[in-house]
Write a protein that binds this ligand. Structure first.
Ligand code: SF4
Length: 357
């Protein structure tokens, strides 16, 4: 049934939209892969061929034979897929407004300024270690300067690799993942310095080994240690897991810090009867509650990512119609050749360090 919206335009009902998505998916067959992040709306997750966190989605996209990859997530995820895709594959994003405030907090220009300032202050080059949640030009700079990308799942291994090699590290853009990883490696406070969002470094850099960009995820900053304390009172047997993009005190007050992929695995392994507190984006927690009715799964707080939320079923349908009609230019994610090559190098470095150490 079509309905008239407030502006008086005819719109398809939610059921019609989902039915057409299913039909188009079926007719396009294996030529199209729909990939969805864990924080996507439930209707999108149900339509997806693959679901994962940003790292897993990049790997899935890189291994796919499909001609077209539709990335239901935010722009940096689509960029990562485009960096790793074959040259004859197209990566499409349903809404280019789906950005990421944390990725916006580090520009390439400011990162170059910080790398220069660290060299000037310390006398040695710092190696850039850049979180997957960043724009393609920052990933390219990372590759150009001999650095590596990392994810919340492998940040510890890669940071340890560079520290063991005697390198100073510029960690971008997430200060919380940086400090939580440094803490897990036992790096003392006096070896850690903060870098401003403009790329300014304090004049006193003596003995510093890790330089943390002052960026953060606004969604994960909504979680507090008070919320974990409340859950421990209301559910005395609770095991609390949070994302390492949460602040240091939230991680310290929890039982474990893990990527969404890691949380999904831990929730599955916890078994029937487990009581689990989860601190990450609420759409993921909601889905875990639905998928595991025999566990008690309690959110620390209901925090939504408004950028992830932009990918509505109607937008996915528009992309699929575009693919079926041969009109995909407005959804196409492009990376220039040099940037792609440099960013690929930084991603390859991540895989090499993760696999070999
Ligand atoms: S959850 Fe945070 S890091 Fe992820 S896309 Fe949203 S704002 Fe960015």
């Amino acid at each position: 049934m079509s309905v008239r919206d407030n502006a008086g335009q005819m719109r398809e009902s939610a059921t019609e939209v989902l039915d057409e998505i299913r039909q188009l998916k079926e007719s396009l067959g294996g030529n199209v892969l729909i990939a969805a992040h864990h924080y996507q709306r439930e209707e999108i997750v149900r339509m997806a061929d693959a679901v994962g966190d940003s790292y897993r989605l990049a790997v899935i996209a890189s291994e796919s034979d499909a001609d077209v990859i539709i990335m239901c997530g935010v722009r940096f995820m689509a960029e990562s897929a485009a960096i790793l895709a074959r040259s004859d594959q197209r990566v499409l994003l349903p809404d280019f407004d789906a950005g990421c405030p944390m990725a916006d907090m580090t520009t390439r220009v400011a990162a170059e300024r910080a790398l220069d300032a660290i060299k000037e202050q310390t006398g040695t080059e710092a190696v850039p270690l850049t979180y997957m949640n960043s724009w393609a030009d920052l990933k390219a700079l990372t590759g150009e300067r001999g650095g590596s990308i990392c994810t919340s799942g492998n940040a510890k291994k890669i940071m340890a690799h560079y520290l063991d090699a005697g390198k100073n590290i510029l960690f971008m853009p997430d200060r919380n993942l940086g400090i939580n990883t440094a803490r897990a490696l036992g790096v003392p406070d006096h070896e850690i310095a903060l870098v401003s969002a403009q790329g300014e470094v304090s004049a006193d850099c003596a003995g510093k080994r890790i330089f943390l960009w002052d960026g953060f995820c606004p969604v994960h900053r909504e979680f507090t240690a008070e919320q974990t304390a409340v859950l421990r009172v209301t559910h005395p047997d609770i095991q609390i897991m949070v994302h390492p993009e949460c602040t240091e005190d939230v991680v310290a007050s929890s039982d474990a810090a893990a990527s969404t992929e890691g949380m999904a695995r831990d929730i599955e392994r916890a078994g029937a009867g487990a009581v689990l507190g989860v601190g990450t984006e609420y759409r993921f927690v909601e889905r875990m509650i639905r998928e595991y009715p025999d566990r008690t799964i309690v959110p620390l707080h209901t925090a939504y990512c408004s950028d992830m939320d932009l990918i509505a079923p109607e937008k996915l349908l528009q992309v699929l119609r575009g693919v079926a009609g041969g009109d995909t230019d407005r959804f196409l994610v492009t990376i220039d050749d040099q940037g792609r090559e440099d960013a690929r190098r930084a991603l390859a470095q991540m895989i090499a360090i993760t696999e070999n150490s």
